[in-house]
Design a protein around this ligand. Structure first.
Ligand code: UT7
Length: 326
């Protein structure tokens, strides 16, 4: 069956950096706690930029590396839970800013698994020849929905965007499999609802203000994250006809170094076979995997022919994984 292959990648992290020392001045926390419990040292944060600003730079860089222009693209997917606005979608705003019109554009709301969901949709449309070239962007400005009085959550989050251009593959190179799933029964563990239809702005009381920020039950999420990320990777490997032994590298969603370490142990990989940038980026939700993928390719850590596994887990709850021959 026809499949997509990676034609180019790009990423962008905002200039401003928020360190653990900066956070020590805002909430009751310490560099020692954050480093030990999460592995994060600093994260990039937007000042005035929007999600589509970040997505635009990542998309332009990916198009340049694919040696394409926006006119070559017939599908734009933006994976985000922090869109510029409810509608138009960030993908439509991006389409306009990329100055192209002849394509479909949609947002995917699957939190930290959003990029893998986007890859799954784009690859399926390439397989049916409905779409030729697609660009999938994971872009987030999580710090715009972060409650900086909640030390449980605010130390984890950062902003960024990563993009991948997919084009039809005529060889064995490309996306060998993707797997996506969801468990809506656990949606309450990670959510942001204030100001939307469940609690419209006019129903927000003086003490409901925190509802406009992200809420996360970190401890409960942690357990599910490890279980779902490892089982999703197994399912994607099975679909691709590959085994754990075949993997040259895994790029896991960057949420917590302890989760990444457990995924690494499950996959029986050496530390250098698991790409980690969480210490510099924090958790950027849908952007973590495409940003890390762009970095790993540019640093020469991934080479042509390598078998890459990607796996993620996030709000929804959603989960997913993929196997890609670079
Ligand atoms: O992107 C996908 C979704 N997100 C995730 O995958 C995140 C998954 N969860 C996690 O990464 C971890 O559960 C956290 C980093 C959120 C929390 O780590 P933990 O080891 O599960 O800590 P905990 O929630 O059990 O808290 C332990 C203690 C508590 O104090 P007490 O009750 O034992 O006195 C917390 O109040 O650590 C305290 N604590 C902090 N202390 C200093 C919580 N946050 C902080 C903080 N600084 N920032």
């Amino acid at each position: 069956m026809l499949k997509g292959k990676i034609a180019g990648t790009g990423s962008y992290l905002p200039e401003k950096i928020l360190t653990n020392a900066d956070l020590e001045k805002i909430v009751d926390t310490s560099d020692e706690w954050i480093t030990e419990r999460t592995g994060i040292k600093e994260r990039h944060v937007v000042e005035n930029e929007t999600t589509s600003d970040l997505a635009l730079i990542a998309a332009e860089r990916a198009l340049e590396s694919a040696k394409m222009t926006s006119d070559d693209i017939d599908l734009i997917i933006v994976a985000t839970i922090t869109p510029d606005m409810n509608f138009p979608s960030t993908a439509c705003l991006l389409q306009d800013r990329l100055q192209t019109q002849n394509c479909m554009a949609l947002d995917v709301s699957a939190a930290c698994s959003g990029f893998i969901y986007g890859l799954h949709i784009a690859n399926s449309l390439i397989a049916t020849e409905e779409v030729h070239n697609a660009i999938i962007i994971g872009a987030e400005t999580l710090t715009t929905i972060t409650d900086y009085t909640d030390r449980n959550t605010c130390v984890l989050l950062g902003d960024g965007a990563g993009a991948v251009v997919l084009t039809p593959s005529k060889t064995d190179q490309g996306i060998l499999s993707t797997f996506c799933g969801a468990d809506g029964s656990k949606g309450e563990l990670l959510k942001r609802h204030g100001g939307l239809s469940r609690q419209p702005i006019y129903k927000l009381g003086p003490y409901d203000f925190h509802n406009v920020f992200m809420y996360m039950d970190g401890k409960a999420i942690f357990k599910s994250a490890v279980q779902r990320m490892t089982s999703s990777l197994s399912k994607a490997l099975e679909k691709a006809g590959k085994k754990l032994d075949d993997l040259d590298m895994v790029i896991p969603h960057q949420a917590n170094i302890r989760i990444i370490e457990m995924v690494r142990e499950f996959a029986k990989l050496r530390p250098d076979q698991v790409y980690v940038n969480l210490d510099r980026t924090g958790n950027t939700s849908a952007a973590t995997i495409p940003v890390a993928l762009d970095e790993a390719l540019k640093q020469g850590k991934l080479k042509k022919g390598d078998i890459l596994g990607i796996t993620a887990f996030g709000g929804g709850l959603t989960y997913g994984a993929g196997v890609i021959k670079i």
